[in-house]
Design a protein around this ligand. Structure first.
Ligand code: SF4
Ligand code: SF4
Ligand code: SF4
Ligand code: FES
Length: 671
């Protein structure tokens, strides 16, 4: 715990942790210090000077974003002289900025506009300077209009800190410009189109490409939710207008290392209103899929499930909500009465690794271990884990990468252990024991004969000193990694490749009969597939029910299609990889006749004569099952080695190819 510092800001008593800057300290007391270049969480550069304040006893004025609080400090954030200086700075900035507020998309949320309003500046007193820079609108995601740029460098810093490092300044002074390397368009610059820079830009210089005359912020309804497209389960803020989706921004807390979403989370929403949606139930008649009424489709599904005589299987993705997973689990056990129910999580994780992973806080992690994982913003494998890890490293955390193969993150690691991961955990354990950490007999004897290489020694030294260390590991390494928690206080998190794997596994969607792979290989009378499962060829089954939001390859081969709402049209919760329960709120109404998974299953259960009841209490208790760690052999669980990049593309295929992301795929393939 850091020390608390007491000070006075505008005569208000303020108590904040040591190391806080004056802008944040004032904000915590409800006092806003105007600022243009400050971006909470990132390194302050003190460029714009809008945040000048008066500190009693200090020479001249102090820069609020750079000055750290001190015990007994007395700060004034506004005096006639300070206001005069702010007015002068704004006047200067406005002389180089288009006065376009009438048609500017950013009006209403533009910081420059707000401060000009606060200071009552209508026109600049300086001679206007027009640059006439070309606009970069060569991609369907982000429009860059340098004429609006106020050179605050927020975009440069946010992109650098997360490791994508696409933007920088060219030139000096007022003639400076934010550019990519060689001033190329974004798609030729290594940009991942995550849009972090768009979220950071205080003016209209960086904006979603399709926003022109699609409404301003005050026209939008905002819904806080979570993205379900990969194992990270990022916070999102969804903007809608007239019942339609307009844009998605990161919903992460300001200043948090986790404030990030990737291009899928930000731009994949086009798919929700695309032609690829299944919006009405369909049944196969004389070999052809035909639209049907809900009753007809559900009656047929019910009849086939009843007649299947136990030869039934249910497969699902692990990207469905907890409430849907709970009902699906009940549907399998109480209605269909089958033990054959499994999810795609079984392709990469053992159930225990999902159930017993710790909860972790990225923002306090001071030593991060990435083991057997290769998170990457570029290949879009756990991109948010990649971005937040790099941010933590930029903010002073140490990174240990343990991987027998090459990884993207190794370039920013303090220690790289390029060896068998399970053996590395054994060596680190031995090194921790020799540093005085207590081990039980089983663990001590398992590592007693080992020699410890230098890298493992270094990793152990970092872990022994760390205040808040976290191991993020591939689920196959969970048991080996968890042994470290028997020696030192550490969080061990097995990272899944789907948003709610921790939730669906805890809720019982793990098979006691046939596995996901066994069911997909055929032989059942009825197979019921829920969500966009990555199966393209119809399994050899007598009857196939597909409950999906999109017309997937598998859906095209189904006997019955039940249209499901997407996550932006559903509500419930997920448990993301960090163990956080995240609310998924409905942002728009379900397309056509589609319904949330659980509602389809409940209706079907009624037709089948055994109605399911939802139970929030039972669901909650499923998450409370905990297991005390005990020594397990330092081994990697075999058979869980799917390619995460291919898997992600397969489960998100409909979203990618029915949205502007298809353009990105094409550009990347050509490159
Ligand atoms: S979209 Fe992302 S990667 Fe591209 S410039 Fe902006 S912050 Fe950097
Ligand atoms: S593009 Fe936006 S965020 Fe980047 S320097 Fe210019 S005004 Fe700042
Ligand atoms: S990183 Fe994953 S969860 Fe986050 S926005 Fe991207 S796809 Fe969604
Ligand atoms: S916000 Fe402090 S100098 Fe810009």
């Amino acid at each position: 715990m850091s020390k608390t510092v007491s000070l006075k800001i505008d005569a208000k008593e303020v108590k904040v942790p040591e190391g806080t800057n004056l802008i944040d300290a004032a904000e915590s007391a409800g006092i806003h210090i105007p600022n243009l270049c400050y971006l909470k969480g990132t390194r302050s550069i003190g460029a714009c000077r809008m945040c000048l304040v008066e500190v009693e006893g200090a020479k001249g004025h102090s820069v609020g974003c750079i000055t750290k609080v001190k015990e007994g400090m007395n700060v004034k954030t506004t005096t006639p002289q300070i206001e005069e200086m702010r007015k002068f700075i704004l006047d200067l900035v406005l002389s180089m900025h288009p006065l376009d507020c009438m048609t500017c998309t950013k009006a209403g949320v533009c910081t420059l506009q707000q401060y000009a309003y606060d200071q009552g500046i209508k026109e600049s007193n300086f001679t206007r300077k027009k640059f006439g820079y070309p606009v970069d609108a060569a991609n369907p995601f982000i429009k860059r209009d340098p004429d609006y740029c106020i050179l605050c460098a927020r975009c440069v810093r946010v992109c650098k800190e997360q490791g994508t490092n696409v933007l920088d300044f060219m030139g000096r002074g007022v003639g400076a410009k934010v550019v990519t390397a060689m001033d190329k368009p974004l798609q030729e610059s290594g940009c991942t189109f995550c849009g972090s820079c768009v979220d950071a830009c205080p003016v209209n210089a960086l904006l979603e490409a399709d926003r022109w005359r699609k409404g301003r912020e005050w026209d939008y309804t905002k819904t806080k939710s979570a993205c379900l497209s990969c194992g990270n389960g990022c916070d999102i803020t969804v903007s809608t207008k007239d019942g339609g989706l307009v844009k998605i921004n990161s919903g992460g807390e300001e200043g948090s290392a986790e404030k990030y979403i990737c291009a899928i989370g930000r731009f994949g929403f086009d798919a929700v209103s695309s032609d690829a949606r299944v919006t009405v139930p369909m049944v196969r008649v004389n070999g052809e899929l035909k639209e049907a009424a809900w009753k007809e489709a559900l009656d047929l599904a019910s009849e086939k499930l009843k007649a299947a005589a136990g030869s039934t299987g249910i497969i699902s993705t692990a990207g469905i909500l907890n409430q849907d997973a709970f009902v699906l689990s009940k549907f399998a056990s109480d209605v269909v009465r089958t033990k054959n129910v499994d999810t795609t999580a079984s392709l990469y994780a053992e159930a225990d690794s999902m159930k017993f992973s710790d909860s972790a806080d990225m923002d306090s992690a001071d030593v991060i271990v990435l083991a057997g994982l290769n998170p990457s913003q570029w290949e879009r494998v756990l991109p948010a884990l990649d971005a937040s890890t790099r941010r933590r490293v930029a903010r002073g955390a140490k990174l240990v990468v343990i991987n027998s193969g090459e990884t993207r993150a190794s370039s920013v690691a303090t220690v790289n252990i390029a060896a068998d991961e399970a053996s590395a955990f054994a060596q680190i354990s031995k090194a921790l024991i020799s540093k005085g950490k207590k081990a039980d007999n089983a663990l001590a004897s398992a590592v007693s004969g080992l020699t410890v290489p230098e890298d493992a020694e270094k990793a152990a030294a970092l872990l022994a000193e760390a205040k808040s260390p976290v191991i993020f590991c591939h689920p196959s390494l969970f048991n080996a990694a968890r042994n470290i928690s028997l020696l030192t206080d550490i969080k061990v998190v097995a990272v899944p490749f789907e948003a709610n794997a921790r939730g669906v596994v805890s809720l019982g969607l793990t098979t006691e009969g046939k596995t996901y792979n066994e069911m997909v290989s055929g032989g059942l009378n009825v197979l019921y597939a829920v969500g966009e499962v990555p199966v393209t060829k119809r399994p050899d089954v007598k009857f196939l029910i597909v409950q999906t939001s999109y017309m997937t390859e598998l859906a095209k081969q189904a006997d019955v299609i039940l249209p499901a709402s997407t996550c932006l049209e559903s509500e419930g919760t997920i448990i993301n990889y960090l163990g956080k329960v995240k609310e998924v709120e409905k942002a728009v109404e379900p397309a056509g006749e589609s319904k949330q998974h659980k509602n389809i299953l409940i209706e079907l259960s009624k037709i089948m004569g055994n109605p399911i009841k939802e139970s929030a209490a039972k669901m909650k208790s499923a998450f409370q099952v905990k297991e005390k760690p005990a020594f397990k052999p330092f081994e990697k669980k075999q058979g869980l080695d799917i390619d995460p990049s291919e898997f992600n593309d397969a489960v998100n295929k409909s979203v990618i190819y029915s949205s502007r992301l298809a353009w990105l795929k094409e550009v990347m393939t050509e490159a």
